[in-house]
Design a protein around this ligand. Structure first.
Ligand code: UT7
Length: 318
């Protein structure tokens, strides 16, 4: 028994903020942002649009692409760092917005690795026989936790959501996945603010030691990708597509180089989406599928890394 992706979907909020427009607000430039990160623009959710709204749209599109009735769904997992509330979970809200009730729904918090974590959990639940049809979503309204006066972080992030429908199948399917975390690095990328006695205690904004994150990411992503390939007995040369977390074009290029993959086998959306944390991989995956690049039967490698530190990778046959 395998867990197989039956369909993908995504949603980007309407409003686009270009580097040029951002440079009117903080001391930066299109040249600096594009040359350091590859980012040219990002989408931002409307004031009233919540993470569960973005997640719902992506889920609806994934269900349509998978030609799956809502009544078949028996698990929802939302990977997010920007939930609608402390509780209930965003997954419970999405379940209700889909008009569904009763089956398990929960959030996974692994920041930019959230989607690979969520997909791995859903796969395990399908393989155990506990469920047969999961909607796995990565959704973020990062604009809620961006300090728009901090040029070292505000240029990097965006909002959006991506989703897949993962079903029990006799055909492959997810072939292997590997997850890691190392809490010793929790201070290099964080939003420490938390609720305490009616107040937010600690900074409510994203903080990042960019250089330290960059170094860690390059090494960890190459290692985990090779570890996942080895677990599945698949050679680097047999990977048709790499769908990496979209944080920085230079990190993506470096990972591709370590894996001996040319950039024409890599799905890149960071230029248009920025870093959408848990949403970035399913957004890029959906773009790869809808553009006709990623085709049925091909071998696809996902990999993500972020705050925690948490990282991981999933290899599957589409
Ligand atoms: O999703 C989680 C994973 N996150 C990532 O993967 C991000 C990883 N890190 C990075 O992508 C890079 O470290 C950054 C893009 C964040 C920064 O690039 P960098 O080449 O490491 O730049 P830097 O932080 O060393 O800054 C270089 C200079 C500094 O000025 P001084 O001190 O040299 O005078 C910064 O103050 O660039 C300055 N700077 C900016 N200048 C214009 C920082 N941000 C900006 C900005 N515009 N937005």
């Amino acid at each position: 028994m395998y867990a197989r992706i039956a369909g993908t979907g995504s949603y980007l909020p309407e409003h686009i903020l270009t580097n040029e427009a951002l440079a009117q607000r903080v001391d930066t430039s299109d040249e600096w942002i594009a040359s350091r990160t590859g980012i040219r623009q990002r989408h931002l959710a409307a004031e009233a649009e919540t993470t569960s709204d973005l997640a719902l749209r992506a889920a609806e599109r994934a269900l349509a692409a998978a030609e799956t009735e809502r009544s078949e769904v028996d698990l929802i997992i939302v990977a997010t760092t920007t939930p609608d509330h402390v509780f209930p979970s965003t997954a419970c809200t999405v379940q209700d917005k889909l008009g569904l009730h009763g089956f398990p729904a929960f959030d996974v918090q692994a920041v930019c690795a959230g989607f690979v974590y969520a997909l791995t959990v859903a796969e395990a639940m399908i393989k155990s026989g506990a469920v047969r049809c999961a909607v796995v979503i990565g959704a973020e309204k990062l604009s809620n936790i961006i300090d728009w006066n901090d040029r070292t972080t505000c240029v990097l992030f965006g909002d959006g959501a991506g989703a897949v429908v993962l079903k029990a199948s006799e055909e492959p399917g997810i072939l292997a996945s590997k997850l890691h975390a190392d809490g010793r690095y929790r201070d290099i990328l964080k939003t420490p603010g938390h609720l305490k006695q009616g107040q937010v205690e600690g900074s409510p904004w994203i903080y990042m030691d960019g250089g330290a994150v960059f170094k860690f990411a390059v090494r960890a992503l190459a290692d985990v990708a090779n570890e996942t390939l080895a677990a599945a007995g698949v050679e680097q040369a047999d990977v048709d597509w790499l769908v990496p977390h979209q944080a920085n074009l230079r990190i993506i290029e470096s990972t591709a180089k370590h894996l001996h993959l040319s950039m024409d086998k890599v799905i890149v959306t960071v230029d248009r989406h920025g870093n959408t944390s848990a949403a970035s991989i399913p957004l890029a995956l959906d773009e790869g599928v809808r553009s006709g690049k990623i085709r049925r039967g091909q071998t696809v490698l996902l990999e993500g890394i972020g705050g925690g530190f948490a990282w991981g990778s999933v290899l599957f046959k589409y």
